[in-house]
Design a protein around this ligand. Sequence first.
Ligand code: PLP
Length: 393
Amino acid sequence: MFTFSARSARIGESATLKVSRRAKELAAAGRDIIDLSAGEPDFPSPAVAVEGAVEALRAGFTRYTENTGTPQLRGALAERYRRQYGAPWTAADTLVTVGGKAALFEVALALFDHGQEVIIPSPCWVSLPEQVRFAGATPVFVETHGEDGFRMHAEPVLRAMTERTRGVILNSPCNPTGGVIESADLRRIVEACAERGAVVVFDETYERFLYDGAAHVSAAAFAAEFPDTVVVVGSFSKTYAMTGWRIGYALGPRPIIAAAANIQSHATSNPTSFAMSGALAALRGAEPDVCAMILEYEARRDLLIPALNEIPGFKCRPPAGAFYAFVDVSACFGGDVSGSLPFCEHLLETAGVAVVPGVAFGDDRYLRISFACSRETLARGLERLTAVAAARA
Ligand code: PLP
C-alpha cells in the first residue's frame, strides 16, 4: 500500500471538486449543464496582452528568466504600488509567481510553521486555510456575517490573537462573500501585527471588482509605515481575464520575498517567460479592457441579485466586490437535503445547474453563484433555479 507524508494528509479534498466532477460527468453524458460555479472570467484576454506574448515568442523570448520574474515586470509592478499607494517596494521586493495561488503558497511556506496560528476571516477562499495547514500551522477562523455584507472588522481579529499568532491573511474583496475591509479596520490589524512581529498577508486578487463606486482599500497603503509587516499578493487572472496565463505576484519586506523566491527556485523556477511579457503589456495598456469588464460585472450583479431574492428560500445581499453572489439557502433545506453540499447536488441533478456549496468556504448555509458568465447563461440558470425552488416549496 501507499503511504503519504503527514504534510499531504493534513489537507483535504476540496468539497467544490465533488460538484464540479459530477457536473463534468453529466455534461459528458450529454446533459445541458449551466455552470455557475467557475471563478473564471468569461472574457477573452486583452488583445494587448496577447500581442505582447506573441511578439515575445516571435522574438525568441523562450528561455528561463530570472527566478523571481523579469526585471521589467517586477519593476512595473513595484512602480504601480509606489505610484498608487506610496509603497516602499522596488523590483527587488517583488516576486512574480505562477499565479496568485503560488504566491500565497510560497509566502505561507516561508512564514508559517508548526505551533503557530494564522487568523483568517471566514467564510474564505478554500486554499487559504489549506495552505496554512500544509505549512504546518493552524488556521484560526474569525467569522464575518451576512447581515453587514461580510465586512471584515478589526475587533474580532484582534480578539483572536494569541502569543502563537504569526499572521493574518485577509482577502478583500473576498471570494466567496464579496465582503471588503475598511481602511480603519485594516490599519488596526496591521498595527496589532506590527506590535507582535506578525505579518499581514493581503490577497487582493479581486482588487478591481468593486461596485457602487466604492474604492479598493489595500494594505499596500500601510507598507511605508509598517515596512516589516505588510505582504501584498495579487494576480493577473481575474483583473485581466488571464487565468490560464498563470501570472501572479507578491510584494513585501525583502527578506520575506527572498525566502518565498528561494522556495520558488526549487518548485517552479520562473513563471513562463512570454506570459510575463503579455502580463507587462496588460499592465501598461489594458486599462480600457478592464474598465469595460468591470462595468459588465456590475450590470450582471444588478440583474442577478434581485432575481435571486425572488426565488423562494434564497436570500442574498448585493456583494460589495468580487464576482460572486453568496446566497443563504438554508430555508430550502429539509428532507433529504440537509446542507449546502446535498443542496448543490440536488440542483445539479434536477436542474442541471452547477454552483458551489458554502461548506467548502466554511458556511454550510450558503452557496456561491459566479456571475463571471454571460447574462444569457445567468438568465437560463435563474430560470432553472426558480423552477427547482418552486418544486421544493
Ligand atoms: N485568491 C483568491 C481569493 C482567489 O479566488 C484565487 C483564485 O480563484 C486566487 C487567489 C488565485 O488565483 P490565480 O492563482 O489564478 O492567480
